[in-house]
Design a protein around this ligand. Structure first.
Ligand code: CA
Length: 310
């Protein structure tokens, strides 16, 4: 009898040791290299970079990750933002003593981190684009007065412009469009993105909606995105995202970026039940209750990087 109980405990212990580390385990997010979070276009005033990643940095730090928040121009060209980020990455490496960083960028943060990995791959362990505008956004095209395909009526274009205006006004705390947003829109347009990709092609899929190279110049490339513009009735920005989603004329999108445009390197998933702001746990944690929490995705990804030795 005693022996069978002993056997039971030994086999239980063996089973526990064989299980993968649970998501609450200490060290679950403990990556080898520091994680640098890079905000998108809407890193404006009242939702500044500190609050931009609502609850995500603390959740990553709790289980071992070293997390840094980059602060680049809220609205500017990818190259200008990229140079600002490169300077900050060098500071982070000097301060932390690390040899490389894991870059995670949301929205315009996607191309921004790609710029750094393109010009200084030796400083970058991985690039992860979340809802990244890698092949441009039709919303940016419309903002610049370039209607996509001529298929959208004036009334629909008006609705999209209204939605975009509401999003920008809310996030900037300002009733007018910031002047430098035009520079950003040029980078985020379909044509501007194509120009950027020609100069910095690493990880960009060669096909319209496939995956890109997983590893280029020693840097691992990943991406994920949502594909549900309206997810939470309590979030004041969801109706605006429902309007901007009209720009995509039925193509899968998160309200501001088409799913296929977000693809970079290894596509983890491109159709989470999330809109563009849910992807960074906004507005203040109001996300889809019937989908994996976005904070969980960042934790899982940190664990993925850790298991790859990054
Ligand atoms: Ca939301």
């Amino acid at each position: 009898m005693k022996q069978s109980i002993w056997k039971y405990f030994v086999s239980l212990l063996a089973a526990l040791l064989l299980l993968p580390a649970p998501s609450w385990a200490q060290g679950y997010t403990q990556t080898r290299y520091p994680i640098v979070l890079v905000h998108g276009l809407f890193g404006f005033d009242n939702i500044g970079p500190l609050g931009y990643w609502h609850d995500i940095p603390s959740s990553l730090r709790n289980d071992g990750a070293r997390v840094y928040l980059a602060q680049v121009s809220a609205a500017n060209s990818t190259e200008v933002r990229g140079e600002q980020l490169l300077a900050q990455v060098k500071q982070i490496l000097a301060a932390s003593g690390a040899a490389k960083v894991n870059l995670i960028g949301h929205s315009h943060g996607g191309p921004t981190i790609r710029y750094v990995a393109s010009v200084r791959p030796d400083l970058v362990a991985s690039v992860t684009s979340v809802g990244g505008v890698n092949k441009g956004s039709k919303v940016a095209d419309i903002m610049l007065g370039v209607a996509p395909d001529g298929t959208l009526s004036q009334a629909v274009l008006g609705s999209i412009a209204t939605g975009l205006g509401q999003i920008i006004s809310f996030l900037s705390g300002s009733p007018t469009l910031p002047q430098n947003a035009v520079n950003a829109a040029k980078s985020l347009s379909t044509a501007g993105s194509a120009r950027f990709n020609a100069a910095h092609p690493q990880g960009v899929p060669a096909t319209a909606c496939g995956e890109g190279a997983y590893m280029v110049n020693g840097v691992r490339y990943f991406s994920w995105s949502g594909a549900q513009p309206y997810t939470n009735i309590l979030d004041v920005l969801d109706p605006a995202l429902a309007l901007t989603s009209l720009a995509f004329a039925g193509a899968k999108n998160d309200g501001l970026v088409a799913s296929c445009s977000t693809h970079l390197g290894q596509v983890i998933r491109d159709d989470y039940g999330m809109n563009h702001l849910d992807e960074v746990n906004q507005t203040i944690g109001l996300v889809n209750l019937f989908e994996t929490n976005p904070v969980t995705l960042y934790r899982q990804h940190a664990n993925r990087l850790k298991n790859l030795g990054l």
